[in-house]
Every structure is written in C-alpha cells, then in structure tokens.
Design a protein around this ligand. Structure first.
Ligand code: F6R
Length: 357
C-alpha cells in the first residue's frame, strides 16, 4: 500500500535505507561479519571467473558488482547484457560461475541465458528480490536482496539492494579466497544506509535542482568516471524511463569523442564525483562542457567537494559510493516526471517484468 505517498516510486526510494539495513541483518553472522551460505561461497571459491548477466537497471548493478569483485576480492569478473549474451558470447573460462541479477526473477532475456548455461553444465547463482521466481528456482543458488515488494516500474530500492548484496558477496568471496578486505563491509553498509537517509531528507533541495537544471530541457547528459560512470548509466536510464527526457550516461572522457557536439547553451549535464582517483579528471570534463555553454549540476561527496557544487553527498566508503550517488539521480527522475505530468509509477510502453525476449 502507498499509504501517505502519492507514488510508489517515492515510497520505494524512501525505503532504501531500511532495505539496506534489512539485508545487512540477514547477511551478518553472530560475529558481526557478513556471510553468505556455505554452498554459494564454495562455488565462488572454485570459480576462476564470474560472469554477471542481467538487463536494464539490474545490469547497471552488475557493472558495480563486477568492479567490486575485481577490486575487493581479486576475482576476474565480467558483466553482460543478457539479450546480447547468446548472440555475441564471450569465450568462457574453465570454471565459470554465472551470476544472474534480476529484481523480478522472471526476465526472459536473462532466463534464456540461464537455460543455455545450465545445458553447458556451469554453476549458476541468481541474485533476486523474489526467491520463488523462475530464475531463482532454475539456478543452483539464490541470494535474496530483501528489498520488499517493488511496485513502481522504475527500479530503485531493488537496484540499491542488489548493490548491497553484491558488496556482501564480493567481501565474502574475498574472505573465502584468503584475500584481505581493507574495510568492514557490515559497518560500512550500515553507515551507507545512514548516509542514504541524510540524502533522502534533502528532497526539497533535490526538487529545486530539478527545477533549476531540468525543467525546460529536452535532453540531459550524465558524466562520471570509474564507478561513477556506472551510476551515470543508471541515472540516465531512470530519467529517460519516467520523465521521457532524452538522457545519456557517459564516461567523462568519452564525451569529447563525439557527443560534445550536442552541447549547446543551457544543456544540462549532471556530473558525479565520488571517486578520489578521478576527482581532477571529472572536474576538467565538467569544464570542457561548461566552456560550450552546458549547465553543469555537480554532485560530489564530502572530501571531494568544491565551492559551487550543486549537491555534496555525505561521506561513505568509496567502494559503496554507488549506493548513495544513485539516490539523488533517482529523485531527479522522479521530480522531472512530476513536473512534466508523467505517470511516474507506470511509464508508457514499459512493464514491470519483461517476460518476452
Ligand atoms: C528500470 C527497470 C528495468 C529492469 C529490467 C530488468 O528501472 O526496471 O530496466 O531493471 O527490465 O528487470 P529484472 O531486474 O526484473 O530482471
């Protein structure tokens, strides 16, 4: 039930800190350490490479997951769009583990890959919000995201909880392989949940930024580097699907290789800066578009902020920054849709679960 909310999307965005806390409680053992079931851990330990397969927003979570698996756990990982996988298959390693990410667990494109992978005899894990779903039943293992029912077509809390579970998975895989993790993921996830709450409480600020940057635009670009690039892909998808503003997410350095031609006086560009290693380069990308007239909405994080930034996010561990950086972009999409009179919870042409290939 929506309760006092006008839209499920707003309710579900608000539920995100609670959802992260819930999944954390589910995955923390008596010693206060995150842990996943032993059989899943064993499968991850035996794998020489992890192939993540998903669609849409879940694919965007998969990109973050791939990065976490490689940087935190030292496991080779790849993320693939399900609908492309069978037609453009990667060469597989000797002992692959397949990880399907799906809110609904019913997505036909992902299931098509799962069926094929099972025929090949490889191990499969589904990360889903619906444990009894098709993808969950058909895979060898399941990790539940514990987001609670997600009704709005645009995925919000399902996405952030997928990232939360992927962080838990990566840290547990690291431990299983004897790789030391430099941070306490249980503690950092709990701090990230608190930080998400702080951002969510800045609704008025986010709404006014939408008014300032997006109220009269027909397009919008999102730029970020490293992990922030993946957040930009998700921010652009969210904005497109609910507000119908044409939006694209780019790696900061790519814009000048073509798309910068579209920048005109007043074109909104949302730039995200949560990653220390690229803090200077993303700023110079922002300058490049400002010089062409772009209206840059800079979202940074404490410690990397500069005077004039549109929004400064509270500090969280850098590996978990996607959890918090995603939040304002979701709210941007929501308020932009509202201003434009769009059907926020049921965007045109979209279905909550896509059961045809
Ligand atoms: C976007 C969105 C879609 C889904 C995609 C995969 O907000 O909801 O892009 O993420 O259709 O769906 P699941 O995760 O159910 O496999």
């Amino acid at each position: 039930e929506k309760g006092p909310y006008a839209h499920y999307m707003m309710k579900e965005m608000d539920e995100q800190p609670g959802a992260i806390r819930r999944l954390l409680a589910e995955y923390v053992d008596e010693d206060g350490r995150v842990s996943i079931p032993e059989d899943v851990r064993a499968a991850a330990r035996e794998a020489d490479r992890i192939y993540i397969v998903a669609c849409g927003t879940s694919y965007h979570a998969g990109l973050v997951g791939k990065q976490l698996l490689e940087s935190v756990a030292g496991i080779k990982a790849e993320a693939h769009v399900a609908s492309e996988f069978l037609y453009n298959p990667p060469l597989l390693s000797e002992r692959p583990l397949f990880v399907f990410i799906s809110q609904s667990g019913e997505t036909a494109d992902s299931r098509g890959v799962l069926v094929r992978i099972r025929e090949l005899g490889h191990k499969t894990l589904t990360i889903t919000n619906v444990p009894g779903s098709t993808l969950s039943r058909e895979a060898d293992y399941t990790l539940h995201t514990f987001a609670g029912p997600e009704i709005a077509v645009a995925s919000t809390k399902a996405y952030t909880t997928q990232i939360g579970v992927l962080a838990v998975f990566a840290c547990d895989c690291a431990r299983a392989r004897g790789v030391e993790v430099a941070f306490d993921v249980a503690r950092e996830l709990s701090l990230a949940a608190n930080a998400m709450e702080v951002v969510i409480n800045e609704k008025e600020k986010m709404e006014s930024l939408v008014w300032e940057y997006l109220s009269s635009s027909r397009n919008c670009f999102f730029i970020g580097r490293a992990m922030d690039y993946y957040i930009c892909l998700e921010g652009a998808l969210k904005l497109k699907e609910v507000s119908y503003i044409q939006a694209e997410g780019f790696a900061g350095g790519e814009l000048k290789h073509g798309t910068i031609a579209l920048i005109e006086e007043g074109t909104p560009v949302v730039a995200v800066s949560t990653q220390r290693a690229v803090k200077h380069s993303i700023r110079s990308n922002a300058q490049e578009v400002i010089a062409r007239g772009a209206n840059v909405c800079m979202i940074s994080i404490e410690g990397l902020e500069e005077a004039g930034d549109a929004l400064v996010l509270p500090k969280v561990h850098e590996a978990l920054a996607p959890l918090i950086a995603a939040v304002p972009l979701q709210f941007f999409a929501y308020y932009a849709a509202l201003y434009r009179g769009c059907d926020v919870d049921k965007p045109r042409n979209l279905a909550k679960s896509v059961t045809v290939e």
